[in-house]
Design a protein around this ligand. Structure first.
Ligand code: F6P
Length: 348
């Protein structure tokens, strides 16, 4: 006997892309098919709901996407709540496209929109995605593990060239408001100094750390700096230009160059900069992220099946569970003090 279709789930991926989005989409479609839901892919994040741009997702269309980076649905940083007319279109399209349930995959911005819509009665669940790993309410967002492994490999490679040339190499990594990537990849790659938004440091402190290292005969150093780091005495993060996105975020970038110039000026050590940029968000997800995404995708559909709407799936220890949006997203998740202190043991 063919079971009746229980409803249509719309899925969208919003904000910066990252490895793991495709495994999430695949898991949602596979689980939804098993439980008799149809899935409609919404193109380009919230923009797709404003414009009514969708594609049906089937077992065939998600076949083979597990190891692929990026998102087959496309993404954008569109904020549909910024403009009343856009918001109205979202509601009209949800109705027109007969979307009964929504799965929003994204970071604090995308999930912030989902949270607001949930309070207005939209049947939505969220999946936490960001290489920055700064979403409160989950022990880990997906994409972070892959970014850390890319940065760790880069630090390993930079180590050998820094050592050969007796140089300081400053590695600028992503991390707008929190320094998760910098600290975790910095520990994994044996960084000699790690600079993060949570903890301003002065150029004197940084120079002293590098000086200590030189004094014990290590004539090269790796400094990892998160893009949102502020040098003590500077009141703002370094930005690429004056623009802000629809959620009000500045385009960060350039702190690596500032730190490198200051280090060279103060210490006289030859210094170079490497900005890893969007490489950190590209390519295939790690095995850890593929499994996390698969579990997140399955759980999101299960939440819909159980009627647990207005929640975000999350990782707690080793368990996948869920948490209401309003408990998940009140503040950012900053790097644990204990982790920072562990990193500091290896400075200098
Ligand atoms: O939000 C994740 C993130 O990777 C941040 O670390 C970074 O500041 C931002 O995205 C870069 O955004 P864009 O892709 O718009 O340059």
């Amino acid at each position: 006997m063919v079971e009746r279709v229980k409803g249509t789930i719309g899925i969208l991926t919003g904000g910066g892309d990252c490895p793991g989005l495709n495994p999430v989409i695949r898991a949602v479609v596979r689980r939804a098919d098993m439980l008799n839901y149809k899935v409609l892919g919404i193109k380009n994040g919230w923009l797709g709901l404003v414009e009514g741009l969708t594609e049906p997702l089937t077992l065939i269309s998600v076949s083979g996407i597990l190891p692929r980076g990026g998102t087959i649905l496309g993404t954008s940083r569109t904020n549909p709540l910024k403009d009343e007319a856009d918001k109205k279109m979202v509601y009209e399209n949800l109705k027109k496209l007969k979307i009964d349930y929504l799965i929003a995959v994204g970071g604090e911005d995308t999930l912030g929109v989902a949270r607001k819509l949930a309070t207005e009665g939209v049947k939505v669940v969220g999946i936490p995605k960001t290489i920055d790993n700064d979403i409160e309410g989950t022990d880990q967002a997906f994409g972070f593990d892959t970014a850390v492994s890319i940065v760790t490999e880069a630090i390993d490679r930079l180590h050998t060239t820094a050592e050969s040339h007796h140089r300081v190499i400053v590695v600028e990594v992503m991390g707008r408001q929190t320094g998760w990537i910098a600290v975790v990849a910095g520990i994994a790659g044996g960084a000699d100094c790690i600079l993060i938004p949570e903890q301003p440091m002065s150029i004197e402190q940084i120079s002293a750390i590098l000086g200590k290292r030189h004094a014990r005969g290590r004539l090269f150093s790796i400094v990892v700096v998160a893009e949102g780091f502020k040098l003590a005495g500077y009141d703002a993060a370094v930005t690429r230009d004056k623009q802000v996105d629809q959620f009000g975020h500045e385009h960060l970038g350039g702190i690596g160059e500032v730190v490198a110039q200051e280090i060279e000026r103060r210490t006289g050590y030859e210094t170079r900069v490497t900005v890893l940029g969007h490489v950190q968000r590209g390519g295939s997800p790690t095995a850890f992220d593929r499994v996390l995404c698969t579990r997140y995708g399955v759980k999101a559909v299960d939440l819909i099946e159980e009627g647990k709407l207005g929640e975000m799936v999350c990782l707690k220890g080793n368990r996948i569970t869920s948490i209401p949006f309003e408990q998940a997203m009140n503040k950012l998740r900053y790097v644990d003090r204990e982790l920072i202190e562990t990193a500091e043991i290896f400075y200098g």
